[in-house]
Design a protein around this ligand. Structure first.
Ligand SMILES: NC(=O)c1ccc[n+]([C@@H]2O[C@H](COP(=O)([O-])OP(=O)(O)OC[C@H]3O[C@@H](n4cnc5c(N)ncnc54)[C@H](O)[C@@H]3O)[C@@H](O)[C@H]2O)c1
Ligand SMILES: CC(C)[C@H](C(=O)O)[C@@H](O)C(=O)O
Ligand SMILES: [Mg+2]
Length: 356
């Protein structure tokens, strides 16, 4: 198992350290594991003058899987695109053609009280947001800021999806649904945008190859509303890059905290990039208070998808559940009757729970 560890910036470093700790403890001596650490994001700029240094890209290409933390620094939205920490992650996803981003929103029973919604609305929640990750406004050309014909500065980005790009993510959605509750909800904005009109046409056509899977279409505005109103009515929700970015953070409120949401970015093969959905959280970085469970659960997804080790993945999931049952909580999910702990203590507790 060759794993590139790209911890990045801010709390990315703190939570990745805990994920690595848990990974080492869970895998133990059962398989040889080589961890290759490399800088990315602002850490890449500081060390090598590039948010994605060539050596880091090479380490990611050479690895069987990538464990990613988060990238970003305060005010980075003002940095030119190429040098912006976030651009490193986008380049990596594109270079490795990791087009299918699985963002499960699963509510641990112990965290029902931490959810923003009422118990009956969220109890037992288990939905999968599948976000297309290498197209859309994120990568469409032309893009930029330039003077327009009237001499005013104009910012522009292009929403683009080709038929093959939509087809491949649609197939992933229907196949994923077959292993779950056989329902796909495709989220678009076909009532306004041509790109999304094509999206709906292609998803509908691909859906005919999966007559056993129920297909429903929603416009993104209604989808967000229904996600909050009746989240348990969904199974797999498939959507483009931009809507997936937004809806997955919204889903965090159903599961108690963004610190609970892991993700897997996959391509055609077994290789994947695994990262918490959250960012570098500069507001809490360096204080040992970030929730490391999303990163730890991302490591479990890595074992499942890249190394076909369902048993160890399930052990990690079980250990997280046990720690929550014991009442341990980081600040973001802390409430009455629970014990607040820091990032490192939470990681240690998961390692301990693996032994029982
Ligand atoms: N995948 C990534 O690397 C990624 C994802 C999102 C944002 N970012 C970057 O991160 C930086 C900050 O962005 P943001 O503030 O919009 O989003 P963020 O996800 O970093 O933080 C949003 C809020 O959630 C909290 N939070 C996030 N993760 C948490 C955790 N594990 N435990 C407890 N609380 C947590 C933060 O304290 C903050 O209040 C920006 O530079 C942004 O571009 C990176
Ligand atoms: C940091 C940023 C580029 C990234 C995205 O928008 O994809 C993040 O928000 C995410 O959700 O992974
Ligand atoms: Mg995001």
């Amino acid at each position: 198992m060759k794993i590139a560890v790209l911890a990045g910036d801010g709390i990315g470093r703190e939570v990745t350290a805990e994920a690595v700790k848990v990974l080492r403890a869970a895998v133990g001596r059962t398989r040889p594991m080589e961890l290759v650490e490399a800088p990315i994001g602002q850490a890449g700029v500081d060390l090598a003058g590039d948010p994605l240094p060539p050596a880091t890209l090479q380490a990611a290409r050479d690895a069987d899987a990538i464990l990613f933390g988060s990238v970003g620094i305060p005010g980075d939205e003002a940095i030119p695109y190429g040098m912006r920490p976030g651009a490193s992650l986008l380049r990596l996803r594109k270079d490795l053609d990791l087009f299918a981003n699985f963002r499960p929103a699963f509510l641990f029973p112990e965290l029902v009280a931490a959810s923003t919604l009422k118990r009956e609305v969220v109890e037992g929640l288990d939905l999968m947001i599948l976000r297309e990750l290498t197209g859309d406004l994120y990568f469409g050309e032309p893009r930029g800021i330039a003077p327009n014909a009237a001499g005013a500065m104009e910012g522009f980005n292009t929403m683009r999806y080709s038929e093959p790009e939509i087809e491949r993510i649609a197939h992933v959605a229907f196949r994923a649904a077959r292993g779950r509750r056989s329902k796909v909800c495709s989220v678009d904005k076909a009532n306004v945008l041509e790109t999304m009109q094509l999206w709906r046409t292609v998803v509908t056509r691909v859906g005919r190859e999966y007559p056993d899977v129920e297909l429903r279409h929603l416009f993104v505005d209604a989808a967000v509303m229904l996600l909050m109103k009746e989240p348990k009515s969904f199974d797999v929700m498939v959507m483009g890059n931009v809507f997936g970015d937004i809806l997955s953070d919204a889903a965090a409120m159903l599961t108690g905290s963004i610190g609970m949401l892991p993700s897997a970015s996959l391509g055609a093969g077994r290789k994947g990039l695994y990262e918490p959905v959250h960012g570098s959280a500069p507001d809490i970085a360096g204080r040992d208070i970030a929730n490391p469970l999303a990163a730890i659960l991302s490591a479990a997804m890595m074992l499942r998808h890249s190394f076909d080790d369902e048993a160890t993945a399930a052990r990690i999931h079980g250990a997280v559940g046990r720690v929550l049952r014991e009442g341990l909580r980081t600040a973001d999910i802390h409430g009455p009757g629970t014990t607040q702990v820091g990032t490192r203590t939470m990681g240690d507790a998961v390692v301990e729970a693996l032994k029982t």
